[in-house]
Design a protein around this ligand. Structure first.
Ligand code: C2E
Ligand code: CA
Ligand code: CA
Length: 252
């Protein structure tokens, strides 16, 4: 297993604002995509040791980067509903941060609506504890599930990540507005709730320009970079953040 890192940047300026840690499974020469093994791991319970590994690995990586580069923007990890079934997930995360002598705000947590719907565990209480400890929570794949809008007010969420299917269909090939009206509405709603918006899966310059016009603050996607191994991510995005900003801006 390894972690790859994908940058999140300011839509307009290209300034690095964070990154998402994404797991990779190397099976000999082959790479098994997470979409294939994460669901199986969730079903079998293996997601618990895998999730523990992601938490420790991401935090250790942040500690190493902070030693090399000083303060860096927060790194997000993905958590599955099943990880919340075990008591004290939030304590576990906070304890790992402490063990590496890190302030809590270096980490961010991404969950999908399935975590919030899962009555089994005390997931909402756990998320509250993380938020109270200064770890921001992002709601992943927003718009694809059975979003009950009342969640957004009740839950300790800081960020909405608009699913990449909406970004992909922003404008259709014949020029008709695909998901644009929806994206516009999601952004307006997020703003009125003081939530940050991240657009996922941004692949083209026109998509980026469109999102700037719609007032989306943060983008993530192949246009800026694919998820990269830690060493490459650091070389490209952490070593000289000023130079990088102009390169990211050039992609606009
Ligand atoms: P996700 O959290 O929605 O992650 C974003 C996925 O979109 C990643 O796929 C990323 O490589 C891909 N992506 C990013 N930019 C673009 C783009 O511009 N175009 C396209 N077509 N795709 C883009 P990846 O890495 O294969 O991960 C798939 C899913 O696996 C993730 O979706 C997440 O649900 C899950 N996953 C990955 N790592 C972990 C982990 O450590 N723990 C848990 N529980 N789940 C994980
Ligand atoms: Ca995610
Ligand atoms: Ca997502």
């Amino acid at each position: 297993l390894s972690l790859h890192f994908q940058p999140q940047v300011n839509t307009d300026s290209g300034v690095l604002l964070g990154a998402e840690a994404l797991i990779r499974w190397h099976d000999g020469e082959k790479q098994v995509p997470p979409d294939h093994f994460i669901p199986v791991a969730e079903e079998s319970g293996l997601i618990i040791p895998i999730g523990d590994w992601v938490i420790e690995q991401a935090i250790a990586q942040i500690a190493e980067w902070r030693q090399q580069f000083g303060d860096i923007p927060p790194i997000a990890i993905n958590l599955s509903a099943r990880q919340f079934w075990r008591p004290a997930l939030s304590n576990q995360i906070l304890e790992r941060l402490k063990a590496h002598h890190l302030p809590n705000h270096v980490l961010e947590v991404e969950v999908t609506e399935s975590v919030l719907l899962d009555a089994e565990g005390g997931s909402i209480e756990e998320l509250r504890q993380l938020r109270q400890a200064g770890i921001p929570i992002a709601l992943d794949d927003f718009g694809t599930g059975y979003s009950s809008l009342s969640y957004l007010q009740r839950l300790p969420i800081a960020t909405l990540k608009i699913d990449r299917s909406f970004i992909n269909n922003l404008v259709l090939d014949d020029g008709s507005p695909g998901s644009e009206p929806l994206v516009r509405a999601i952004i307006a709603m997020a703003k009125s709730l003081s939530l940050r918006i991240v657009a996922e899966g941004v692949e083209t310059v026109p998509q980026r320009r469109h999102l700037t016009t719609l007032g989306c603050d943060v983008i993530q996607g192949y246009l800026i970079s694919r998820p990269l191994p830690a060493v490459e991510f650091a070389a490209k995005f952490l070593v000289d953040r000023n130079t990088q900003t102009s390169a990211n801006k050039a992609a606009a």
